[in-house]
Design a protein around this ligand. Structure first.
Ligand SMILES: [Zn+2]
Length: 98
């Protein structure tokens, strides 16, 4: 039988909500990451007087929200990210690995 380890957990050690912005993984193609694509449609007037719609697609980095005194499971690559390491070093979060 194969052993499937549990996902690491991030535990919020503070009394305030922690929001971590997680940058994309290298080579992110919009999948396998926490980011999301946001599509905005802009109605604009073109030089010839007609109106056109411009579609702008932006990629928003993902974020992890941990309520005060609680914990959330995160993928291992998130637990190993610089943002999390920094928060752990600052004593804001504790990383619980299985
Ligand atoms: Zn991404």
């Amino acid at each position: 039988m194969e052993y499937i380890p549990g996902m690491p957990k991030l535990s919020n050690r503070t009394r305030v909500i922690q929001v971590l912005n997680i940058p994309c993984r290298p080579g992110c193609d919009g999948t396998g990451c926490l980011c999301s694509n946001v599509v905005t449609q802009l109605l604009e007037e073109l030089p010839d007087g007609t109106k056109g719609t411009r579609v702008i697609e932006r990629r928003l980095p993902g974020s992890v929200t941990i309520l005060a005194k609680s914990e959330v499971e995160v993928p291992a690559w998130v637990a190993q990210s610089q943002v999390v390491k920094q928060a752990v070093a600052q004593g804001r979060l504790r990383l619980v690995e299985h």
